[in-house]
Design a protein around this ligand. Structure first.
Ligand SMILES: [Zn+2]
Length: 68
């Protein structure tokens, strides 16, 4: 079995998944940040867009205060 990462580090690779559990690529400790940064820039945009929407619903009491 050849578990060496293709980046040339010689370290064992592992499967990397995004926040949705979707397989992205094989990475190791050496190249994980570099490879995943290309995916995360897009993935994190989606998370950032989701969070304010959730907090708006849960913070309904704050909106109510503005009526007084
Ligand atoms: Zn690697």
């Amino acid at each position: 079995m050849n578990n060496e990462c293709r980046c040339g580090s010689g370290k064992q690779h592992r499967n990397a998944y995004d926040g949705y559990g979707i397989y992205l690529c094989k990475v190791c400790d050496e190249c994980e940040n570099k490879k995943l940064s290309a995916y995360r820039s897009d993935i994190m945009d989606r998370y950032d867009a989701d969070e304010p929407i959730d907090s708006d619903y849960s913070d309904g009491s704050d909106g109510y205060r503005e009526w007084n």
